[in-house]
Ligand binder design. Structure first.
Ligand SMILES: [Zn+2]
Length: 56
């Protein structure tokens, strides 16, 4: 339940709603589906994930 370093994914394995945003919560439902191997650090200039916002 904590804030983590922003991460995102470029993997086409995920729907755009998960891919076109960045996440910064370790308990984000969308972020949790992103496998560790597919995670990249940083926000990539993307908007913040709505689910992560809701967890604030
Ligand atoms: Zn998220």
């Amino acid at each position: 339940m904590s804030k983590v370093v922003p991460y995102h994914t470029d993997s086409l394995e995920y729907p755009p709603s998960h891919r076109n945003v960045y996440h910064d919560r370790d308990n984000c439902p969308a972020g949790k589906t992103i496998k560790q191997a597919h995670r990249k650090p940083g926000d990539a200039g993307r908007p913040r994930c709505k689910d992560c916002k809701n967890l604030d």
